[in-house]
Write a protein that binds this ligand. Structure first.
Ligand code: TTP
Ligand code: MG
Length: 528
């Protein structure tokens, strides 16, 4: 999202990996156009073509581009927005459920292109498509969409060709979002996350822009003030201003010891590198929590009525979190801390399977459906409590905790899992043949091992596995496995069986085995 004022955790960790200093990577940043407004227009098409604002309390958090043309801006008060545009239609945007659901669908579409998708808020995603980029000289080098280039210089490392292919992939992603979900978006394509995010905003709405690496410094300088660099929020900015640093150039030439004194070494280094457009951070695969819960500790309570009061409050809090998360849990756990007569405490938990209804009528479970569900859940909690505490003898409790888990994982059918399986199968396969292996021949891998790894290590493992994929993996066309004379991007779009057939033809040709002319190969050579 634009316009963030807080210093959030660094999205752009510049110290991550110096080997990325060249322009090896291809990163796409996708930001949905007027996100909440688009969702409202999809749900109610009669709003299309009319100026529409989405309100939360007395603020217009966003508005469609018709309203923007009439002077309405994001984060205006409703009063000023209506002064600018009296015909503005206002939709209530306080129930986030529909936006969250669309956000999830967008994420799923993007994940079908690359395992490396990092979700940022509801409507932004970074996608690393480096591994999708074909190292074939015959690939079209034309950039799809706009190009940001302020000089004639072209980098010799091959990044322009890679970015051109990235722009082609970005267009495909955006086309799919439009065709499948009816959503339009903007994309930025560059060799790092920071630059991809920045360049994507230069042509809006429903457009995409590619930044050539030779122009990255001028893009950064065009931001003018350091506060316009994503990652530099108001707190850092205040400290920079106190040092008299109010332009990008001043930040670039600032003495590092002065920056370090004010901000600490880590941030000082990071922001100075950002001011040169350097960002080596990885696209981190977005993880979701395995459980959602809350606990409450208190002075000892001894009656079931008090327990019920506490659990009702806790349940309300946790249901709100579950609702915000948007997934449907299948397990409910109660944790109780019992105070023994000898005054030592013991924690004990019990868990059970639940039927959780997602359509409860309101995001805060206040509707009739929500009330019914709460009553059912309270009964379940009471049963769990009675399994932990024998209510017939005296007892004291000093903590209660509720947690939901057993969410339908992104795991079972999602493209992520499939991709992870694929990579592990390949890695674990004893065969290092250049030929694509049928799934049955591939090794098996316990995926939980991957899930247990810390995110950074997991990222490295996945990256490493990608690097080790046999070049014949049909998902990853390279100059080695794309038949000569065929546009690899055309090749990549073909169904797997056709690709395998083409590769088989090519191999046979190489082995100079006499056979009749290859019609399939001829066809694609002509077509591309
Ligand atoms: P943005 O991507 O900043 O805005 P947008 O998608 O509406 O418009 P643009 O075409 O310029 O990208 O934010 C995404 C959604 O987040 C937005 O639709 C509404 C919501 N939002 C807030 O809830 N609070 C905020 O302060 C902002 C800026 C956005
Ligand atoms: Mg947006």
């Amino acid at each position: 999202m634009e316009g963030e004022d807080e210093d959030h955790e660094f999205l752009f960790n510049t110290s991550a990996d110096q080997s990325f200093n060249k322009h090896e990577r291809v990163i796409i940043h996708i930001d949905i156009d007027c996100f909440y407004a688009q969702v409202e227009m999809i749900l109610n098409p009669s709003l299309r073509g009319k100026p529409l604002g989405i309100k939360q309390k007395n603020i217009v958090v966003t508005c469609n581009y018709e309203a923007r043309a009439l002077g309405v801006e994001k984060l205006m008060t409703i009063k000023s927005a209506l002064e600018k545009c009296p015909s503005l239609i206002l939709a209530n945007g306080e129930d986030l459920k529909k936006y969250r659901e669309m956000s999830e669908k967008i994420y799923q579409v993007l994940q079908s292109y690359s395992l490396f998708v990092e979700k940022l808020g509801f409507d932004e995603n970074f996608i690393d498509v480096t591994h999708k980029v074909v190292k074939c000289p015959e690939v079209p080098q034309v950039i799809t969409g706009h190009t940001f280039q302020d000089s004639d210089g072209i980098c010799a490392c091959g990044c322009t060709e890679r970015l051109a292919q990235g722009s082609f992939i970005a267009q495909k992603m955006r086309d799919r979002l439009r065709d499948e979900l009816g959503i339009t978006s903007c994309a930025g394509i560059a060799f790092n996350k920071l630059l991809a995010k920045l360049i994507g905003t230069t042509h809006k709405p429903n457009q995409q822009t590619t930044l050539l690496s030779t122009s990255s410094l001028s893009l950064i300088k065009s931001l003018k003030h350091p506060r316009n660099i994503p990652g530099i929020g108001s707190a850092i900015n205040r400290k920079l201003e106190a040092l008299g640093i109010d332009t990008i150039e001043k930040l670039q030439s600032a003495e590092i010891f002065k920056l370090t004194e004010a901000l600490g070494a880590k941030i000082a280094n990071q922001i100075q590198q950002l001011s040169f457009g350097i960002d080596n951070s990885h696209v981190k695969i977005t993880d979701r929590p395995k459980s959602i819960g809350a606990e409450d500790g208190f002075t000892p309570i001894r009656s079931e009525v008090e327990v019920q009061k506490k659990l009702t409050c806790l349940l309300d809090r946790v249901l709100e979190l579950v609702e915000k998360d948007g997934r449907k849990p299948s397990q409910l756990k109660l944790t109780v801390r019992k105070l023994h007569p000898s005054s030592h405490s013991v924690r004990e938990s019990r868990q059970t399977t639940i039927e959780y209804a997602t359509e409860t009528g309101s995001s805060t479970h206040q509707g009739p459906g929500g009330e019914k569900q709460k009553v059912k859940l309270m009964t379940t909690l009471k049963n769990l409590f009675e399994k932990i505490i024998d209510c017939d003898v005296s007892w004291q409790v000093t903590l209660l905790g509720i947690s939901f888990s057993g969410f339908p994982s992104s795991n079972s059918a999602s493209p992520v899992k499939n991709s992870i399986n694929k990579y592990f199968h390949l890695k674990a396969s004893s065969s290092r043949s250049e030929e694509p292996q049928p799934p049955a021949k591939r090794g098996r891998f316990d995926e939980s091992v991957l899930q247990e790894l810390p995110p950074d290590i997991r990222q490295e493992v996945l990256q490493d596995m990608q690097n080790q994929l046999p070049s014949s993996d049909a998902q990853k066309p390279t100059d080695f496995n794309c038949p000569k004379g065929i546009d690899p991007l055309v090749f990549y779009e073909l169904p797997m069986e056709i690709r395998e057939e083409l590769l088989a033809e090519e191999r046979m040709k190489k082995q100079t085995i006499k056979r009749k002319p290859n019609n399939l190969l001829q066809y694609f050579r002509k077509a591309s």
